[in-house]
Design a protein around this ligand. Structure first.
Ligand SMILES: C[S@@+](CC[C@H](N)C(=O)[O-])C[C@H]1O[C@@H](n2cnc3c(N)ncnc32)[C@H](O)[C@@H]1O
Length: 285
């Protein structure tokens, strides 16, 4: 059985890999404020606060969210994964009901470097709980949140965004939400009359599956501004699933468009790093 190295309050579970994979199309999702308020006021819901240098972020406690979903009689792939004792079910549920370890690295990196996002357009790619997107929102950004699962966006990411922007309609209006596979995400964006490109793309713990590398790099190629920057946080190796930083860097180098710099590294246990990725200048190609 596959296992992720994961040691926060949520216990690591097995990863199921079905033989047939179906990748879901991309769509933009509008937050359902009625549903969000119902969930936020649910008797079972509890929250966790993470303190950073200059800001704290609240998010829903995963176990209590499962209770809320069960109580509401919702049929969701999030519950399916929980019943299967799975962290991930490839192409069905991609792990959004958790804050994964590298998110903490990335969030501390953002705060320690006092990154300013005023007037910046940020993409939290593979956002799950949306901690990084929320952090940049609180530091001035306009944020697009993207997750594979529409249920994660509908029940979790939007809810966390509401929780952290309680009285600010203006902040909420700076957020957009997308679900679906990365291979369709850019097409979805190119239908946008504003044809958005990002100043900054953050992506944490999204390179465990080597099958997705080309899709992910296509998003970088198509959605990043020429002078934009990507911060990718990941483990050196994902046990059982085969992906890892070295494999991803090899594919990125092979793509030929990128300059890569390691800006953070933690070597206790499974090594975790943050890569800063910029477009290569034409003269360097
Ligand atoms: C392990 S979770 C990490 C969540 C979050 N970034 C964190 O660090 O806590 C991986 C995330 O990548 C997204 N993801 C994985 N494969 C994807 C794909 N093929 N298309 C779109 N999103 C994908 C999932 O939706 C999921 O939220």
């Amino acid at each position: 059985m596959f296992k992720f190295n994961f040691n926060t309050e949520e216990v690591s579970k097995d990863i199921s890999v079905p033989t047939e994979e179906k990748w879901v199309n991309s769509k933009q999702i509008s937050p359902n404020s009625l549903l969000i308020n119902q969930f936020l006021n649910h008797k079972h819901i509890e929250f966790i606060t993470i303190e950073f240098k200059d800001v704290s972020i609240r998010y829903i406690k995963p176990k209590t969210m499962l209770e809320v979903l069960k109580d509401a009689n919702l049929k969701s792939e999030i519950l399916q994964a929980d019943t299967n004792h799975s962290d991930l079910i490839t192409g069905v549920y991609e792990g959004g009901l958790k804050v994964w370890e590298c998110t903490y690295d990335l969030a501390h990196f953002i705060c320690d470097n006092q990154m300013d996002f005023k007037e910046k357009k940020v993409l939290d790619l593979g956002c799950g709980m949306g901690i990084i997107g929320i952090l940049t929102l609180l530091h001035g950004a306009s944020v697009d949140f993207q997750d594979y699962n529409s249920d994660v966006i509908n029940y979790i990411t939007t809810l966390n965004m509401y929780l952290n922007t309680e009285l600010s309609k203006e902040m909420r209006e700076k957020c957009r939400f997308f679900s679906g596979d990365w291979s369709y995400f850019c097409e979805n964006l190119s239908n946008d009359p504003n044809n958005v490109k990002y100043d900054c793309i953050f992506t944490s713990e999204t390179i465990y599956n080597t099958d997705n590398y080309v899709k992910l790099i296509n998003v970088f190629n198509r959605c990043l501004k020429n002078d934009g920057v990507i911060y990718l946080a990941a483990k050196s190796y994902y046990f059982g699933v085969g992906g890892g930083l070295q494999q991803f860097e090899d594919v990125l180098i092979n793509d030929g468009n990128w300059e890569i710099k390691t800006v953070f590294k933690l070597t206790e246990g499974v090594t975790r790093s943050i890569l800063q990725i910029n477009r290569r200048c034409l003269q360097n190609k």
